[in-house]
Design a protein around this ligand. Sequence first.
Ligand code: ZN
Length: 185
Amino acid sequence: MIPRGYGPGASFCPRCAAALPGPAPTTCARCRYQLFVNARPTVGLVILDRDPPDGAVAEPSRPDLRFLALRRAAEPMRGRWETPGGFCDGFEHPAEAAVREAREELGVSITLGDHLGMYVGSYEFQDEILPVLDNFYLATLDDPHVVLDPAESAELSWFSLVDPPPLAFATMDAAVRDAVRRLGG
Ligand SMILES: [Zn+2]
């Protein structure tokens, strides 16, 4: 058993370490600590290879708009393609986290576009499955000279927005589909 989990499987009070009476939301019988488990905010980026012109651009007849994907160098889902992104830190706004994550993972600044949507997903971390709330943004690179962080990414590629590879997490697949819908509308 994993002691003191912080995911939905938490079985011990994070304040006093007593066994919890049941899954969260619950109240510790010893210290009355109320435990809630919420989806943690993350950001994801659908980075386009150029600014989309107004109007329909990503319909199947126009499969030329491409998005940036990274091949994961670390677990979970090592070797799978993903969109750049990561967890928000503390009180950081997702838009700020998106710019920071791009700087860290790609070594360049980006221009953020529309907020595509929020997606509830799951993320395996330290032997727990955690609920995450993925905020996806459209973006473009300010500088094409990307420098990958080898600890995070093994490779970079551009894929057609309307014919993407299976991505590491289902929320990424959903966000790319919504980007097509957004840009095609
Ligand atoms: Zn307690």
